[in-house]
Design a protein around this ligand. Structure first.
Ligand code: PEP
Length: 251
């Protein structure tokens, strides 16, 4: 049985002191909600504080990006080993904001994914179509190609530490949400692509999240869909009450 994972992506929000206050408040709110894994992916400078505040709870901590080189002359970058050493468990890779604003390509997403997995991090691999691609009817081809390119060279064993987040770019931070049917259908296409690459068992076991304006009002319907195994949540992960409602829906 595959795991349901509810992950928050804080983006460039929250200072370390706000992180401590947020997690201290959230811990009792989600206590005992163990039918899904709960992850908060936070800015680099908040990670150590988040790990400390979440200690002993059911909340796991992730980063929002990682560099693909182990070390070297990459000013301003952070390596997978650096993340591991401070207690990071997960890392978001290939978020559409990285692809859109920071020149991320499927090639660099693939390099980051392999580096993170080699260091023992769990990867939340984001992919999804832009509006024009959906309107042109090529969503299935786009997500299938991204899945293949982003996972190139990832072994079947390593795939066990990969979550795929299907995030239609037109739905991220826009208030527009894919319908539960659209989310289910496209997560299903990604699952079929994983089956073609790694076999049916791997495809049945992999967690595929939906992300894109998931919130306390629509989470239940989206999460009820067979191919939707959780959510990657931006805006609604910044409020403990809203995030807790989503975690509850997954339980
Ligand atoms: C995200 O950042 O991955 C995301 C889905 O954002 P939002 O929920 O705000 O659309």
């Amino acid at each position: 049985m595959r795991k349901t994972v509810i992950a928050g992506n804080w983006k460039m929000n929250m200072t370390p002191s706000a992180t401590k206050a947020f997690i201290t408040e959230l811990v009792p709110m989600v206590k005992g909600m163990d039918k899904c894994d709960i992850v908060l992916c936070v800015p680099y400078v908040d990670i150590a504080t988040a790990v400390e505040a979440a200690k002993g709870s059911n909340i796991h901590v992730g980063a929002e990006n990682v560099h693909f080189a182990p070390s070297g002359a990459y000013t301003g970058e952070i390596s997978a080993d650096m993340l591991k050493e401070i207690g990071t468990e997960y890392v978001v890779i290939g978020h559409s904001e990285r692809r859109q604003y920071f020149g991320e390509t499927d090639e660099t997403v693939n390099l980051r994914t392999k580096a993170a997995l080699a260091a023992g991090l769990k990867v939340i691999l984001c992919l999804g179509e832009v509006k024009e691609q959906r309107l042109s009817g090529i969503t299935d081809e786009v997500v299938a190609m991204q899945t293949k390119l982003d996972l190139a060279g990832v072994s079947a064993e390593e795939l066990k530490n990969v979550i795929i987040a299907y995030e239609p770019v037109w739905a991220i931070g826009t208030g527009l949400t894919a319908t539960p049917e659209q989310a289910d259908e496209t997560c299903g296409v990604i699952r079929k692509t994983v089956a073609a690459l790694y076999g049916d068992k791997a495809a049945q076991d992999i967690t595929i999240q939906y992300g894109g304006s998931m919130n306390d009002g629509n989470a239940k319907e989206l999460l009820a869909k067979e191919n939707v195994d959780g959510g990657l949540i931006g805006g609604a992960s910044l409020k403990t009450e809203k995030f807790t409602v989503i975690v509850k829906a997954a339980n």
